[in-house]
Design a protein around this ligand. Sequence first.
Ligand code: KG4
Ligand code: ZN
Length: 338
Amino acid sequence: MKDMYILAIESSCDETSVSIVKNGCEEIATVVLSQIDIHKQYGGVVPEIASRNHIENITIVLEEVLTKAKMKMAQIDAIAVTNGPGLIGSLLVGTMAAKTLAYLYKKPLIPVHHIAGHIYANNLVKPLKFPLIALVISGGHTELVYMREHYSFKKIGGTLDDAVGEAYDKVARIIGVPYPGGPMIDTLAHLGRPRYKLPIPLNDDSFNFSFSGLKSSVVNLVHNENQRGNDVDNNDLSASFQNVVVGILTKKTMHALQELGINNLIVAGGVAANQGLKERLEKLCAEYNINLSIPPINYCTDNAAMIGAAAYYAYKQGVLADLELNAKANIKLCDNYE
Ligand code: KG4
Ligand code: ZN
């Protein structure tokens, strides 16, 4: 079969990214323009500012990726775009850019769900092996997804309230760490001891998670310590929080693998960059003979290469859109997804 080059666009949150991916597994070139420094001063992503910046950046990033890849639009076989879920204004910029390119250069248009992208980031490292379970953990998602084969998704569990990355970012704010707090909490956790007692959230046999109570416990702990005139040790608090989060994520994931009799695990999303989680999962997976795949950090956080990888398999399944394609803030990955 002829090689297929997909030009993919990702703009669902605060990264403007365009990538060219060959056959769903080989990254030819990627450009990611992060707005983190702009949003940092507000303590989180400001949707209106994010979409304005995407508008300013999208054509620059597009031209840059073609230059980097030394390719022309004529060599591109299809255009892919994240059309949801995410911030609606941000998604609209990427979707409009993709539709314009598809129309102008007469290319097929492939809509990609953001979570499918995160999962397929692993395919850029090594081919996915099926059946598998994907632990999807990001600023907006915490989900256990079962995949029998390519581009077949079944959600088997998820968070009942906050996403795990959201909990990291909120705890970071409580202890005065700038947005996005996840990476810094991870670093501090390695310098501290988990000596503060925090409750293990939703510690049951289900595959669901809950993180809002844990965040409230951290707020209460800091408040109580301050009232007693004690300083809270941020390293120890980070270690305590991370210990609980990693404990419950790994417990439920290993339980799901055992219950469904699956020995392939992939981790996806921004929180997959977490060092503490990686260490614990590597140990457990070696012990239980599970093939583990965690992408390198640049494929964990939002990027368009993952969208280009997923798009190849979407295309093979006939997932195509016309110029009516719209961006959607909330969109299902599959039928049993809410
Ligand atoms: O996937 P992503 O880039 O954007 C979304 O789709 O949400 O994930 C961003 C999230 C943020 O909440 C950030 O704090 C978290 O991933 N994150 C981490 C780490 N690196 C990024 N959380 C914990 N430990 C990390 N090392
Ligand atoms: Zn993401």
